[in-house]
Design a protein around this ligand. Structure first.
Ligand code: NA7
Length: 535
């Protein structure tokens, strides 16, 4: 990637996380010339950037890994929910087996590009260098663009501050320091648990309580994994048959249709399973029907309240009235989160009654006082799902950027491509199951579809493919219609684009479950790609 001579390749893939690495591996094994660009200095995508204390997977072993036996045969995890260090080691293992590094340009951010109609190629600029390709496959991840809210006075803060997704690779010491954490989403919960154990003082600034689920972390022995590996092929197959890409048994029944004792027994079993089972494996109407949802919330609260002895904290962390329906923000997993607030060194500031007014040289001034801090952690999330794509200055054939194309709402066909942007595909993107599904499952399911399509085009010498406007309007209508049947529109979540001021409020992911999504993708391919026009 050095020198200024234009390099031309058949396919450029962007992002060295699960989706990008899978594309690179599959396309190379088909003999297609492919280069992968990665802005970071190492493998792992989200696990390269999110190296803050406590950063950890929310999907249990072996759901969150590639299904290729050549990879899993000799790979052993130490914990049921691996942390970012284990994920990085895993990606090194993947590279040892698949031999990907020679085709990857690290420290090379795709800044932008334009589709040249005459040449039928994308003309890109990456790491300051020109590069052209016929097909461009974007795999930046759904959470690659951190969201930094407007925080008055941040520039004058005399201490240190970091967003969780821009965490320094060399690490940041929390020990013995006065630490503030803004944000109590999945990242906030994880960093709070670590900081509570190390910091001299921890002040948590909470806007909305997190309805977090018990992770039930535990160590995994090699013997246990060796025995489980006999079932791995079946588990990987099951991932694509469940709504969110897990291996939980599918429950098709209603929480309202069973006797109370039976319902409690199901809730109890899911709770004991830990992880996302209580969210992704629950009764079919929990995320759809207000009454079923309230039953799940009351169960969650009955389990959580006994862990918070102080009544003021209990009402802030597990209120009698839920802040939003249960589970319509992706549930976070916790290990000792609720207990942390009882520690003497931990304080919870309720931003609803005591909002932040400004940062000061010494810390944060709220409506009531100045809180002195050495380090502030901004766990404020992401311009999720669309942000990582619109951040790339890509200009389509009619002179519009993706951001302009989506200014009135997201339009894609199958969450994989859009009109006006020939030969461009994106994985784990908007109107795909990404935010509901786990990464590797989606990377493989969507990835296989794109590889099949590219192989089909290359075999037939088709140089140009583009989604039709009619197909993307129809897909958008389906996404919005399904979302309207659920409780998801009732929260200010990143699913709804509602966590970033000014972003259009709409369901950003395919909410119809993975099997329905894959059936739509299959039907498109089997029918000869009627939602695309080719030349
Ligand atoms: P999330 O889940 O979007 O959480 C962001 C948190 O930051 C959330 O608690 C927000 O409160 C809070 N926030 C955002 N802006 C502000 C301001 N201005 N003031 C105070 N608090 C604020 O991001 P995460 O990184 O934790 O997790 C993202 C996903 O990554 C997660 O779902 C997993 O799938 C992995 P709010 O709830 O909006 O009131």
């Amino acid at each position: 990637m050095s020198g200024s001579t234009e390099v031309d390749v058949e396919v450029v893939v962007v992002g060295a996380g699960f989706a990008g690495l899978y594309q690179l591996h599959r396309l190379r094994s088909l003999g297609v010339p492919v280069t992968l660009l990665e802005a970071g200095s190492g493998l792992g995508g989200i696990w390269w950037w999110n190296c803050y204390p406590g950063a950890r997977v929310d999907s249990h072993v072996p759901v969150y890994e590639f299904s290729d036996e050549a990879i899993w045969r000799d790979w052993w995890w130490e914990e049921r929910f691996p942390d970012w260090r284990a994920m990085r080691a895993y990606f090194e293992h993947v590279d040892r087996v698949w031999g990907l590094r020679p085709a990857i340009g690290f420290d090379t951010r795709l800044e932008g590009g334009r589709f040249d109609e005459r040449r039928g190629r994308w003309e890109l600029v990456a790491g300051g260098q020109p590069l052209t390709c016929r097909f461009l496959v974007l795999c930046p991840g759904f959470a690659a663009r951190p969201y930094l809210p407007a925080l008055p006075g941040l520039a004058c803060f005399g201490g240190e501050w970091h967003h969780t997704a821009w965490w320094p690779q060399e690490g940041v010491d929390l020990e013995g320091r006065r630490v503030g954490v803004i944000g109590t989403g999945a990242s906030g919960v994880q960093v709070i648990q670590e900081a509570a154990a190390l910091a001299e003082r921890l002040v948590v600034f909470q806007r909305t309580p997190n309805l977090a689920l018990p992770m039930r972390q535990r160590r995994l022995s090699q013997e246990e994994q060796a025995a489980a590996k006999a079932h791995y092929p079946a588990i990987f197959e099951r991932r694509t048959q469940t709504a969110a890409g897990f291996d939980f048994p599918h429950r098709g029944d209603s929480a309202l249709a069973v006797p109370a004792a039976e319902r409690e027994a199901v809730f109890e079993e899911l709770w004991e399973h830990g992880g996302l089972a209580f969210w992704a494996g629950n009764f079919s109407d929990v995320l759809v029907d207000e009454r079923a949802n309230r039953l799940a919330y009351e169960f969650w609260r009955s389990k959580t309240l006994p862990r918070i002895p102080d009544p003021r904290l209990a009402e802030l962390l597990a209120p009698a009235e839920p802040p939003h329906p249960f589970g319509v923000k992706r549930c976070s997993l916790e290990q000792r989160y609720y207990e942390a607030f009882a520690q003497e060194n931990v304080e919870l500031v309720d931003l609803r009654t005591e909002p932040i007014e400004a940062f000061t040289p010494k810390g944060i001034r709220t409506r009531a006082r100045e809180v002195e801090l050495d380090l502030v952690v901004l766990a404020t999330g992401f311009d999720a799902v669309t942000g990582s794509l619109t951040a790339i200055d890509l200009v389509g054939r009619d002179g519009r950027t993706l951001a302009e194309h989506w200014a009135r709402g997201v339009r894609t066909h199958l969450g994989l491509a859009c009109s006006g942007f020939p030969n461009l595909f994106f994985l784990y993107g908007p109107q795909s199951p990404s935010g509901f599904c786990n990464g590797p499952t989606c990377a493989e399911a969507q990835g296989d579809w794109v590889v099949e399509l590219l192989a089909h085009l290359l075999e037939r010498g088709v140089g140009r493919i583009e989604a039709t406007e009619a197909a993307e309007e129809a897909w958008r209508a389906q996404v919005q219609a399904i979302a309207a049947l659920t409780l998801f529109p009732r929260a200010e979540s990143w699913y709804m684009g509602a966590n970033v001021p000014g972003k259009p409020r709409e369901m950003l992911n395919w909410p119809g479950g993975l099997p329905g999504y894959l059936a739509a993708c299959r039907a498109e391919a089997d029918a000869g790609y009627p939602g695309f026009c080719c030349s």
